[in-house]
Design a protein around this ligand. Structure first.
Ligand code: HEM
Length: 391
């Protein structure tokens, strides 16, 4: 443990921290609690059930200490461990299998094509708002069996509920209102599905598990809520970050245009260098010894994914974008029992956006002076991404 080195995992330059240990220490202490910087230790903490997600505590710090929003969070998949966690995780993992992702590819392509067809590509395009932000909510609607016309509301609900993670306490009323709207939206959708007949979508699947007694009514709503809040905002920013990374590395981009087989590797390497989830925050549920230091029960442990992803002990020349990197397993989607259930789908969305760009706009370029990419609250975020599609 390094108690003297200064590293704040939430500081504006944390995302480009050299990566890995600081002065030889993979664990550092600050006012915020403990930060985990090295790749191996980060993987170990993310896999250790003695660390629980800090989302409920964050909510309580925001003044949300009781009521339906607090109850939802306390009972949600991200907060549970052991059998109660598996009860919620197994059905969603079954639905979000590689088969679902494979079967969704054609729909993803159609969504990407239809969004691009709306663009005026003769002038620089607001790529974040015009493309990246619109795709994930349309994909969620397809998956959940909601009408595509609901996508703007889904996008806005995901954005407003997860604004908790910005750690800006003035947002409490926005967050509570957003969850109330989300619960009402899903309850209405579930009732309509029951009335109109179930299909082969995710909500129908959850409802049928409820009918078979495998999930309670409350659990059906909780599962659907967890999926909706997670569906859009992180993917939208990550799509923007991937496109920004690839279009600025002209050598890599030319290789991708010439050989689209490289796209999956290009997406993973971008996810490594610019992870939307730069910090995954946990709480020790008992005293835990890490590298000879006791982390007391109840203390905050922030896994600095953006540092672990640039750990020179794990990734050779970590600052470089390397299309040929082997064993490339960044921690952007976490690891262990809570690893992201939407990662296959999110990667497929990014791959289809890049494929479309490489095929139709091989000369596309980022307009640097009309682009703002930054970090806040432990996340990389796209404030503005302007792309000249046909310079
Ligand atoms: C690029 C986009 C995304 C990123 C960076 C991301 C990141 C993450 C991370 C870091 C976690 C784990 C947190 C922890 O260990 O405590 C997580 C969990 C989760 N994600 Fe994602 N996510 C993304 C997209 C999605 C999508 C599209 C969905 C669903 C459609 C989704 C659904 C979930 C769910 C349900 C969990 C909870 C899993 C559990 O607790 O067992 N995510 N995500």
């Amino acid at each position: 443990m390094n108690a003297t080195a200064t590293f704040d995992p939430f500081s504006p330059d944390a995302g480009t921290h050299q990566g890995g240990a600081l002065d030889g220490h993979a664990l550092v202490q600050g006012d915020y609690g403990t930060a985990v910087l090295g790749y191996d230790l980060a993987s170990q903490v993310l896999r250790d059930k003695r660390f629980q997600n800090s989302a409920l505590r964050l909510m309580e710090e925001f003044g949300i200490t009781a009521g339906p929003v607090h109850d939802f969070r306390a009972r949600s998949i991200i907060m549970l461990e052991g059998d109660p966690h598996l009860r919620l995780r197994v059905p969603l993992a079954r639905f979000m299998s590689p088969v679902t992702v494979r079967n969704t590819r054609d729909v993803l392509r159609r969504i990407v094509e239809s969004i691009n067809a709306d663009l005026d590509d003769s002038a620089p395009v607001d790529f974040y708002r015009g493309v990246a932000q619109r795709i994930p909510s349309l994909v969620y609607c397809h998956l959940a069996g909601a009408p595509a016309s609901d996508a703007p509301q889904v996008q806005s609900l995901s954005e407003r509920t997860l604004s908790l993670l910005t750690r800006d306490r003035s947002l409490t009323p926005v967050i509570v209102e957003a969850y109330d709207e989300l619960f009402a939206y899903l309850a209405g959708l579930i009732a309509r599905k029951r009335a109109e007949g179930l299909g082969d979508d995710m909500l129908s699947y959850l409802i049928s598990l409820g009918d078979e007694g495998k999930l309670t009514e409350q659990e059906v709503l909780t599962e659907a809520t967890s999926m909706l809040e997670a569906s859009s905002v992180n993917t939208a920013h990550q799509v923007g970050l991937v496109v920004w990374t690839l279009l600025r590395d002209r050598e890599a981009w030319q290789r991708i245009v010439a050989d689209p087989e490289l796209i999956p590797a290009a997406v993973v390497e971008s996810l490594r260098l610019f992870p939307r989830t730069g910090v995954v925050s946990k709480i020790a549920v008992e005293d835990v010894e890490l590298e000879g230091t006791v982390i007391p029960k109840g203390s905050d442990v922030h896994v600095a994914v953006w540092s672990a992803n640039r750990d020179p002990g794990r990734f050779e020349r970590p600052e470089e974008f390397d299309l040929d990197r082997e064993r490339n397993q960044p921690l952007t989607f976490s690891t262990g029992s809570h690893n992201c259930l939407g990662q296959g789908l999110a990667k497929a969305e990014m791959e289809e956006v890049v494929r479309h760009l490489a095929e139709h706009y091989p000369d596309a370029r980022v307009v640097e002076d009309a682009t703002r990419i930054g970090q806040a609250g432990g996340r990389w975020l796209v404030d503005r991404l302007t792309v000249h599609m046909k310079p």
